[in-house]
Design a protein around this ligand. Structure first.
Ligand code: ADP
Ligand code: C5P
Length: 245
């Protein structure tokens, strides 16, 4: 999770009252398709926006029992089924952040296969990016997004990246990665993840995507500018009153 903050939150007016909801972006795609990469590049290219939060679906894996953790270490636990994720908690944390309410985000450990005891306290931002393989799966989540992105990547490239990452960053063996991939990851991608691309407003390639990210950032900036204009009109009493909360 990334949080950048400089000065007074932009969603509060001079008088201390909230004047606008956050702009929320959902990024889905297969494991290792490049969702985090796309999210970070969007943040970078929006350098002048005061606050941006990246919320990862990984934070919302359900608490596992000792038996489930044992299965996970044997590559026999299905982390790629929608039921593995606490969707109501994911949606309520995102709704809190969108409404600029403070919230506590669970912290997940891939090496321990478990949610940690501590949580991360967040208080919202001008832009919130939610990313995860199931980020477009749940209707309650989809309803919160102002922009929906799907990262489309070849399966062989995703597998190559996943092997590299899971060995170096998540403490896994190549045999275990391949077993888990064939048993759960690939079937889930075909059955649950890839079909959600139909909900996306924009499909981004999983590599060589600098131009796509530039186009997305331009769109976001324009949306924020429009909101600011509507807000100024509302404050001046010349614009539609119901456009800004
Ligand atoms: P995800 O969040 O979808 O699981 P990541 O963004 O963590 O995937 O990317 C997985 C791996 O692929 C990382 O090692 C990352 O550096 C690499 N990667 C992602 N996107 C690109 C890209 N556009 N060009 C080159 N490498 C990339
Ligand atoms: O970051 P990425 O989108 O790849 O994270 C999702 C993947 O993490 C899933 O495909 C799932 O198989 C994997 N995962 C895992 N071990 C866990 C939790 C999730 O390998 N304990």
């Amino acid at each position: 999770t990334v949080l950048k903050s400089h000065g007074r939150p932009p969603w509060y007016g001079e008088d201390g009252h909230r004047i606008s909801d956050a702009f929320v972006i959902g990024i889905a795609g297969g494991s290792a398709s490049g969702k985090t990469h796309v999210a970070r590049r969007i943040v970078q290219s929006l350098g002048s926006i005061p606050t941006v939060v990246i919320l990862s679906q990984d934070s919302f894996y359900k608490q596992h029992t000792p038996e489930e953790i044992e299965l996970a270490f044997a590559s026999r636990y299905d982390f790629d089924h929608p039921d593995a994720i606490d969707m109501p908690l994911f949606a309520s944390c995102l709704a809190d952040l969108k409404d600029c309410r403070q919230t506590n985000i669970p912290i997940y450990s891939f090496t321990e296969h478990q949610r940690l005891d501590e949580t991360k306290y967040l208080y919202g931002a001008a832009i919130i990016i939610a990313e995860g393989i199931m980020a477009l799966h749940d209707p309650a989540l989809r309803a919160l997004y102002d922009l929906k992105i799907f990262v489309q990547c070849d399966s062989d490239l995703m597998l190559a990246r996943r092997i590299k990452r899971d060995v170096t960053e998540r403490g896994r063996s190549v045999d275990g990665i391949l077993e888990q991939y064939l048993r759960y990851v690939k079937p889930s991608y075909d059955h649950f993840v890839q079909p959600t691309s139909r909900y996306a407003n924009i499909i981004v390639p999983g590599s060589d995507n600098a131009v796509a990210i530039d186009i997305i950032s331009t769109h976001i900036r324009r949306q924020l500018d429009e909101r600011a204009t509507q807000l100024r009109q509302r404050l001046a009493g010349t614009g539609p009153r119901d456009l800004v909360a």
